[in-house]
Write a protein that binds this ligand. Structure first.
Ligand code: TRH
Length: 354
C-alpha cells in the first residue's frame, strides 16, 4: 500500500490539561509531514487544540471534532486510540468488515514493564478484532518517543518571545501544577547572589506567584524582586513553547509531553509528574530517576523528589551541580537520539502487520 493512499485515524479525548492533545497533535502532524500519510485527528475538545496551535495551520491533517453522536464513518487503515480513550461504538462495529491495525497508544512510563507489554495483542471480548498495546518509552525495546526530523533550536522564535541574554543570569522556564515547594524556590531565587530570569507561561502557577509577590500577575508583566526577574508570558503556541525550552538553561516541566521536550533540548530539567490517586505516579517518577540520575550526585534526585512532594527545596544544593547536570542532559539526549522514534516505530509496526 502506498503511503499517500493510507488513511490513519487518531482518536483523542482531552481528559485533563494539554498533554493528551499535545501528544496527539504532534503525532498527527509528524505522520502527515514525514510519511505523507492521510491523517485524521478526532478530538473532543477543539479549544484545547486551538490553544496549542492558535494559527490554526493544520496543513496535511484533517481535524475533526469528536461529537457525542458519532457519524457513520469508514474506518481508516490504522486506528490509534490514544490513552485508552475508547472508540465510538458504531466506528468499532464498522471495523469488523475490514479490520484495520488498531493501536492503543499508552501513556509514557520508564517502568520496565512497559517494554514487556509493548506490542502485545488484546483480542476484543466480543468482536473479531485485535487491539495492540503501544507503549512509548525511553529504552530501545519500547515504542520510543515522539521526535520530529526538524527538531532543533530556532533563535528567531526565542527573540520573538522577548528572549535576550543577560550576562551571568540563569534563564529558567517554569511550567508546573500547583506546588507547595514553589515558595522555597522563590525565596532562594529572590535572595540569591546569582541572578535568575524566570519565564512562566500563564497557567496554574500564576495564582501562587501572585500570592507570593502580593501583586496580581498577568501575561506580559515583568516583576523584579531581589535577584529574580520574572517574566509572565501568554500561553504559548506549542512550537513557541518548545523554543522557550531550547532557549533556557534550566526547564521546569510537567506531565508527559513537556517532559519529553525538555529531554530533547539537552538542558538540565526538573519534572513535576502528573499526580495520580494513591500516589500511583511515584513509582513512575522513581523509574525515571533510576535511569536519568544514576550517575548524578544524589542532591539532584532529592530536589526532584522534594519538588514532587511539595516540600521545601534546596536550590543551591541542586544548582551547584549545574555542570554535571548539563553533561548528563547531553549524554542522555544522545542516547535517546540513537533510538528509533515513536512515529517511525508505529509506521514499521503497521508495515509488519500488512
Ligand atoms: O498539560 P499537562 O499537565 O498534561 C497532562 C499530562 O499529559 C499527563 O500525563 C496526562 O495524564 C494528563 O495531561 C491528562 O502537561 P504536558 O503533558 O506537558 O502537556 C502540556 C502541553 O502544552 C505540551 O504539549 C506543551 C504545551 N504548552 C504550550 O503549547 N504552550 C504553553 O505555554 C505551555 C505552558 C504548554
Amino acid at each position: 500500500m502506498n503511503a499517500r493512499s493510507q488513511q490513519w485515524d487518531i482518536f483523542c479525548r482531552v481528559v485533563d490539561n494539554f498533554g493528551d492533545i499535545g501528544v496527539c497533535w504532534r503525532l498527527a502532524r509528524q505522520l502527515s509531514r514525514e510519511y505523507g500519510l492521510q491523517v485524521r485527528l478526532w478530538v473532543d475538545d477543539l479549544g484545547a487544540l486551538a490553544k496549542l496551535n492558535p494559527s490554526a495551520d493544520f496543513t496535511g491533517v484533517e481535524v475533526q471534532r469528536w461529537p457525542d453522536v458519532f457519524p457513520e464513518t469508514s474506518p481508516a487503515d490504522v486506528v490509534i486510540e490514544a490513552f485508552a480513550c475508547e472508540l465510538p461504538a458504531n466506528y468499532l462495529a464498522a471495523m469488523v468488515s475490514r479490520p484495520p491495525l488498531w493501536i492503543n497508544l499508552e501513556y509514557l512510563t520508564a517502568e520496565p514493564w512497559a517494554a514487556e507489554a509493548h506490542g502485545l495483542p488484546s483480542p476484543h471480548p466480543t468482536l473479531p478484532l485485535i487491539k495492540y498495546f503501544f507503549f512509548p518509552g525511553l529504552t530501545p525495546n519500547t515504542g520510543g518517543l515522539l521526535r520530529e526530523k526538524n527538531l532543533g533550536q530556532d533563535l528567531d522564535a526565542a527573540r520573538r518571545l522577548g528572549f535576550q541574554s543577560t550576562d551571568g543570569a540563569i534563564n529558567i522556564s517554569l511550567f508546573g501544577y500547583e506546588n507547595g515547594s514553589l515558595n522555597s524556590l522563590l525565596d532562594a531565587w529572590t535572595q540569591g547572589a546569582e541572578p535568575v530570569v524566570c519565564w512562566v507561561p500563564e497557567g496554574r502557577l500564576l495564582p501562587q506567584l501572585t500570592a507570593y509577590f502580593g501583586q496580581s500577575l498577568a501575561a506580559g508583566m515583568r516583576l523584579e524582586n531581589g535577584g529574580l526577574s520574572l517574566h509572565v508570558l501568554p500561553f504559548l503556541s506549542q512550537d513557541d513553547f518548545d523554543q522557550l525550552l531550547w532557549a533556557c538553561d534550566l526547564n521546569f516541566v510537567r506531565g508527559e509531553d513537556s517532559f519529553v521536550r525538555a529531554q530533547w533540548t539537552a538542558k538540565p530539567f526538573v519534572w513535576q509528574i502528573y499526580p495520580q490517586a494513591e500516589a500511583a505516579h511515584i513509582p513512575k517518577l522513581e523509574a525515571f530517576l533510576g535511569l536519568y540520575c544514576q550517575d548524578l550526585p544524589q542532591q539532584v534526585a532529592t530536589f526532584w523528589r522534594d519538588w514532587n512532594a511539595g516540600a521545601s527545596v534546596d536550590w543551591l544544593g541542586f544548582w551547584q551541580y549545574r555542570a554535571a547536570m548539563q553533561a548528563q542532559a547531553l549524554t542522555w539526549q544522545n542516547q535517546l537520539m540513537n533510538q528509533a522514534d515513536l512515529a517511525s516505530k508505529l509506521v514499521n509496526f503497521h508495515k509488519n502487520h500488512i
